[in-house]
Structures are given as structure tokens and as C-alpha cells.
Ligand binder design. Structure first.
Ligand code: PMP
Length: 290
């Protein structure tokens, strides 16, 4: 595997960062998770846009242009001869001194790893997944805006641990007001009477790129999509439920906090969206070769 660090490629063994990088010391940095399908990087521009928005929000200068980051992402896939990949792109605050002042870091570092990911066991995609609501609430906008895809994922990791402790793979996180926000690494949707609903970004959801793609696909298929504040009650009484994320893609949810969702099987509209999503990922994106 060849890993991009600040303009050069390193083997897996030699790809190293300093212990004084504030990305390691403080989780100070931003990242993206991107996928390539069938020789094309899917929604690349949208991911790099979001990377730059996250960086702007934390006053982090990305030491490359938007176009150069796009090129380097595609090039990293090409160098690794990957046609299907999961790409982890990080920008850290860079090397500084002990002490959290980011002014001590001269230059941010850009790292691109192109590999593979299997987020959930394949049988869960066929059967549907059980999830629970966990006690850890989503970060407050006024503390650390959940729209920032920062290297500090402890809020989500704590929720993931609580999900694991409950014997399931994913968790619903509520916001401080008690409305559904999102899952630890995925956005959440429900279907009720043929209409789709997903929490608004103001409820603490990430501006998910898969979320937006699914909204576009659903609207194209003639479904109404709204973004109201949702409660656990709304989830329990949905006809269908599914999660979206670059890594997870679209995964059906069939049980929430012990309540069976709909008929307990992946829903008809969910399955149609999965098919349409796969068709789209296979035909669009930034070409890797040539
Ligand atoms: N929410 C969180 C907290 C995430 O980390 C992610 C990405 N893994 C998502 C939602 C889904 O976003 P996207 O569809 O852009 O991958």
C-alpha cells in the first residue's frame, strides 16, 4: 500500500507521523471518508468541499488547493491500482509543541490512505440491523458543531461503546433536547406512508453526503422528503428505517430499542433506494484511470 503524506508516497511501514502532531496530541484536525466504485471516486467534489468547510470552521489552513487535494485523492487510488476503495483523507494541524496552542504548529499535514472497508457484516444488509438509543448525547452546536468532521470523534466513540455493550453494531444518538440526531457514523432515515423523514442538520446531524444522495434519489423516485425534528416514538412507529453513510452505504434497520420496525424486514422503499444507490455509485464519479 502506498500512502500519501504531504506530497510524497510512503509504504505502509514507512508512513509515519510525528508524536508532536496535534492531530495525535489533541485530535486537532479534520478528515473525510470517501469511496471509489468501479474505477471512479464517488462524490469527490462534495467530500473535498466538506473537508474545506470543516477546516475553515476550525481555522485550519489546508496547505494544498481544493483542486490539488482532489487530484491527490484520485492519484492515491491510481498508485494503489484500486478500482474499488475506501479512502481516508486527513488534514492534521501538524507538528507543534506540547501545549494545545495551534499557533505553534507551522503547517498542516495532508494524509491520504486508500484501502478497503467492511463496516457491517454482509448478513445485516440482507436481514436488517438492530440498533439502540444510547445515553451519550450528540455534541452541542455551541460546544463542538457536529457539522465539523474533526479528528476528535470521542463523542461518537463513547456512543459506539454503549452500542457494543448493548450487543448491537450501531446507536441512535439524541441531541441535548432529546430529538434524534444521527448514529455514531451514519445518518438515519425513516419511511412513513411512502414519505421519507430524516433529522434536520440543526438537530446535530452531519451534512452526510450519502444522506444528500439518498434525498436526491428519493425525490427523483417521487417520494416526499422532509427534515422535521424526530423523536424515538417516530422511529418506533415508522414503516421502514435505514442508515446512510459512505462506509455503510445504505443499511436497513429492523429493530430499535426492542421495537420491531414495520414488518421486521428491510422495507420495499429502502430496498429500491439501495438498488438505485448502487446503480449510481457504479456509473458516476471522478475517473481514476485516464
Ligand atoms: N454522521 C457521522 C457522525 C459520520 O461520521 C458520517 C460519516 N461516516 C456520517 C454521518 C455519514 O456521512 P457521509 O454520508 O458523508 O459519509
Amino acid at each position: 500500500m502506498k500512502i500519501f503524506i504531504d506530497g510524497k508516497y510512503y509504504s505502509e511501514r514507512d508512513a509515519k507521523v510525528s508524536v508532536f502532531d496535534h492531530g495525535l496530541l489533541y485530535g486537532d484536525g479534520v478528515f473525510e471518508g470517501i469511496r471509489a466504485y468501479n474505477g471512479r471516486v464517488f462524490k469527490l467534489k462534495e467530500h473535498i468541499d466538506r473537508l474545506f468547510y470543516s477546516a475553515k470552521a476550525i481555522l485550519l489552513d489546508i496547505p494544498m488547493s481544493h483542486a490539488a487535494v482532489m487530484r491527490a485523492t484520485v492519484e492515491t487510488c491510481a498508485k494503489n491500482k484500486l478500482r474499488d476503495a475506501y479512502i481516508r483523507l486527513l488534514v492534521t494541524r501538524g507538528v507543534g509543541t506540547l501545549g494545545l496552542n495551534p499557533n505553534r504548529c507551522k503547517r498542516g499535514s495532508v494524509i491520504i490512505i486508500a484501502g478497503k472497508i467492511q463496516l457491517y457484516p454482509p448478513e445485516l444488509y440482507a436481514r436488517g440491523m438492530e440498533i439502540v438509543t444510547v445515553p451519550t448525547v450528540r455534541n452541542l452546536h455551541s460546544a463542538l458543531n457536529p457539522a465539523i468532521k474533526s479528528l476528535n470523534y470521542l463523542n461518537n466513540i463513547l456512543a459506539k461503546i454503549e452500542a457494543n455493550n448493548a450487543g448491537v453494531e450501531e446507536a441512535i444518538m439524541l441531541n441535548a433536547e432529546g430529538y434524534v440526531s444521527e448514529c455514531t457514523g451514519d445518518n438515519i432515515f425513516i419511511v412513513k406512508n411512502g414519505k421519507l423523514q430524516t433529522p434536520p442538520l440543526s438537530a446535530g446531524a452531519l451534512y452526510g453526503i450519502t444522506r444528500q444522495t439518498v434525498i436526491d434519489l428519493a425525490v427523483e423516485a417521487g417520494h416526499e422528503v422532509t427534515e422535521p425534528n424526530l423523536t424515538r416514538y417516530d422511529m418506533f412507529n415508522a414503516d421502514e428505517c435505514f442508515l446512510t453513510g459512505t462506509g455503510a452505504e445504505i443499511i436497513p434497520v429492523t429493530k430499535i430499542d426492542g421495537r420491531v420496525i414495520g414488518n421486521g424486514k428491510p422495507g420495499r422503499i429502502t430496498k429500491k433506494l439501495v438498488a438505485n444507490y448502487h446503480a449510481l455509485t457504479n456509473r458516476s464519479g471522478e475517473p481514476i484511470y485516464g
